[in-house]
Design a protein around this ligand. Sequence first.
Ligand code: PMV
Length: 329
Amino acid sequence: MDRPVTWSAPGKVIICGEHFVVYGVTAIAAALDKRAYCTVSPRDDSVIRISSKQVGAAEWRDGELVKESSKGVGNRLNAYHKMVSAILASHDRRKGVNVVIDSQIPRALGLGSSASIAVATAGALLDLLNVSFEPDDLAQHALIAESEVHYRPSGIDPAVTTLGGIIRFKRGVKPVRLEPPAPLELLVIETGKTKRTSEMVRKVAQFRELHIGIFDKLMELVDVVSQEVELAILNNRLERLGSLLTVNHNVLRIIGVSTPELDDVVDASISSGAYGAKLTGGGGGGTVIAVASSQNLKRIYEVLQRSYSVRRVRLPQEGVRRESSPVIV
Ligand code: PMV
């Protein structure tokens, strides 16, 4: 019980169905190649200390913030503190822990950084406590942190970061891993503009209140998009997949979560030869994904790279896992 334990979990993209998934529509998501790493070690006192290479460090004693490396850090790390103290309390552990986080996943760009950190932290902590657990337990624990970040989380981010690969997700139903016949390569293009997912989820809730009839019809439409995206992935129909992404992007525009920058990246991807593109995740800034033929991918990548930060990501990628070396911060 006194050795430090390290776990990691991947970032994610939502291939289709974000926002509507909050209201019960099926969505498809995939784990990325960038990961969040977390090392947990025991303490002799009751302090929970969380330090992040990217954000800073903060300490809590009996639920009270007692120290922070600079103003606001405690607030930014509080979601993870809540999850850690809930896990410790549910296992009747009175002593504290040190949690050290190093994340390769850019924050607030719709790439699931908070869920990956929460899942990796839950894995490391349960492992340290010698508790046996199922992947679903990690996703459930991570939801405690996600509720702070997302306002009304569907649970898709913790599910995909836990399971890895490409998954079909519907609220209240066990997620299913989809196995494509060949690796699927996506272009992941960052606008550089960050946003808060909770604000966008609230914005969609307002749209829904104003236009409930229209929203219900859009939900039906996105459900069809998700069914067809699944078939396109399983049959390696890239042209069809790309076009479905663009359909989904246009629905996301209707509900007000796209921005001129996101629309520009979608247009630039398609005009450089991609089969289709869409914003991914909460929107309001963040990231676009695009699909292209394997022959065109390199050329499109080079064109987009002149204006944006672009990565080629091969799917599937691994989900949560134990690591052998600790995070050094
Ligand atoms: O964390 P993000 O920005 O990738 O958004 C998650 C997806 C939403 O559907 C917008 C929210 C949710 O919890 O499903």
